[in-house]
Write a protein of this length. Sequence first.
Lengths: 215, 709
Amino acid sequence: MRARLLARGAAFILCLALIGCGTTAGERAIYDQVLRRNATPQPAAQFTALNQRGAEAIVISVEARDMATLFVRQSARDSAVHWISPDLIGVTTQQGFVTSTRGLGADLMSAETTPSAKLVLARRAGRAERHHGYLDGNEQIEIRSFICDISRRGPRQVDLGARNVATELMQESCINPSFQFENLYWVATETGEIIQSRQWISEALGPLALRKIIR
Amino acid sequence: MAAGVAIAPAKAGAQDLPYLSYYGTPGLVDMPSATPLADGTLAFAVAQSGPTLLNTLTFQITPRLSGSFRYAVIDKFDAPDNRYDRSFDISYLLMHETDWRPAVTFGMRDFGGTGLYGSEYIVATKSFGPQIKATAGLGWGRLSGRGGFDNPLGKIDSYFKTRPPAAAGGIATTGQLDTDNWLRGDIAPFGGIEWMPTPRSRFVLEYSSDTAPAESRRGLVDQKSPWNVGMTYRVRPGFDLGLSYRYGSDLGVFASYQMLPMQPAFSSGLEKAPPNILPRETVAARSWNRNNNSQAQNRSIANTAPDGTDADQALSLEQAVTQALAAVDLDLIDMQVTGGTLRLWLVNETYRSEAQAVGRAARVLANTAPPHIEVFEITPTRRGMDLSVIRLNRRDLEDLEQSLEANWQIQARSQIMESPLTPRPEATRPEFTYRLGPYFSPALFDPDNPVRADFGVQLGASYAVTPGLILSGLIRQPLLGNRDSATRPSNSVLPRVRSDAARYDVESTVEMSYLTAEYFYRPAPQIYGRFSAGYLEPMFAGLSSELLWKPVNRNFALGIEANYAVQRDFDQRFGLQDYDVWTGHASAYLDLGGGYRGQIDAGRYLAGDWGATFSLDRTFANGVSIGGFFTLTDVSFDDFGEGSFDKGIRIHIPLSWVSGQATQTGFGTLIRPVNRDGGARLNVRNRLHPLVEAGHAQSLRQSWGRFWR
């Protein structure tokens, strides 16, 4: 109890010294960012409600930071499925392809992945165009386009904990004059859906790894 | 998965940031080179060598034009006193480097001021592969001290053959342009080689044409050689440390930082994800049991929406919208449904980009409005003033949310319109906000102690009786600092409206910075108004009234302001002094495009002088803003005193640029080389133009990239 009081006092002073305290949401967010960096954050109520209801879930990790987080399915419209994390970072997938992220600092604002998805899901080799939209440092949307070669890497068994799934590993190698990256998709042989993948998001963020959870 | 990944300034090209000279502009050791800084760069350099400390702030105003402000301290220059010297530089890239020709730049150092560093130069720099750069130039003035020859311009006119001594007019003419000296007198060559063996290091060999005549004459510098060698290490992109051996006699140390305004820490921000648009059928289902009349209240059945939010349990539409807006940190002021149109009045105190606030509000409406509503008209408001109407089709929002070019498409299909003057019921919930925090307040350039500062705690509070009627105040308690140690008395011959600033620090303990009542209103279409009364700023109390004409889709505005101001007591409490004045300005604002904004304010200043202030700011869409201003009034340069006329540089950096969080606060600073009484303007808070303009088309479009963020 005393330690907690002390910690609170220290937090208050630190808060004052660094950024001040106030009533606006932005100030509270910065306060959280500064003071609770290492604490386990309280999951948002929205996430908890969905999770308790047993909503579909995936584990997403930012590879560069070696950290995995559970995302639950928040909503869906047409072919887009929206996933949220306990701290309300958003990821949107279409047929298992990441088409946007929100809250990662170097987000993918939009994407056109249909041609790649067509080949990967059909487990066919070929060439496709892919387009990404980014928010640059000066609030302008920047569209980057890539040429991607899709190839078959052969059958793989994926251990999802509850069971093993037979998949075929598909590789998508993309290039444009400034960047190149490689995406990997494990496509279930039986259902034809992507159960695990590694998808490049942006230059600063690198790839995300996504994996289905069987509840 | 808390904080995201910072985009360090090390993006593509950051390694190619040029290295700076001791004068804080791109160059070798002392000599300039022709390489410009990256567009928009704000560079700060500190260099110490021999008796001289140079502090330079440089801004790359356009891709070709750059300007610098320098504050030099030369030990014992006016023995036994130090010399404190302010100077301004300007340089212009005449041609870019190509495969076969060098970059060429013309520049002027210390073109006003006392002329201690007064010099002009033309310089060429050429790269030979990624590791070698060669620079050669010709200098006038201080840069023609060694190996000079006749000025070829002298063949055109003998006027150019000799250069009058620097600052011939003496200290009295400081601050005025030394046009009498420009490009006159002998010229001399200078140059050097840069070798960059790794992307993080540079070695320089330089031949300098600067003989430091004034310092040498005083025995402060003893040059034994024209050659300088230097090395610079790039600690991280933009941050350099350097060491040099100069003129065969001195060691120099150097540090510089280059900030790239267009590369914030987190380009897309760390704020939580926006709501995603739900299928219209889902939204319809959720609105079935919405309470449209009071009797329905008892019949509500709790259900839960598919997105995890508890569905509107017998909430009215307005309550449901209010809740959903609060979840994205926005406030509803009012809402009306007419036929298929929903009008929403909104206050955004969270997002720096008003377009982002509108984008989030639009998705909130798409997820709450009854299915028959097809048009959303969103009005951003500030302090009770409706600023514009952004009309969006619900179908467009649904169709475009997942589109690659969603941003451009929704901009093309939306309309930004003038907000009508129709009265709407004033929301009557009074709102109290406060802020307790630290403050840091520097006072620069007093010759007795060039850097004074206070660090303390401040408490600000505001009570909005209605959104447009606001009572607010701020008190400050310095905890640490030496601002109250200033002893230099004002020598001004004008009414001492600003030059007594130090006495306000010395004679106060708890400082009441302001205590005001403000009223904001819209008297006519396209016109915005403000009344302020009370203790308006730390040094003046009084009344202020302003009107601004600003059409929503135009890039210009006109304003008038009239104030009656009474000087406050030095203790910064409630007392007033005898000096009072009517002051006011007519203002013209013009957005020049590309983020450049010009402003002219003409009128009467605090000391009763008449004149005009000219300002130019470069505002980046991400909120970073860097600019300068100068004021010329009917006060003569002599009467004005040191500096000849009022001028300054201002910088604003939003907190979101640094932290990635959605917030409207930021850091601002104003650097005035000399704070005197001529051309001094009343510092009323909340002048209308920035408030109003934030919700108008130009600003909305500038940061429209955040609509879907």
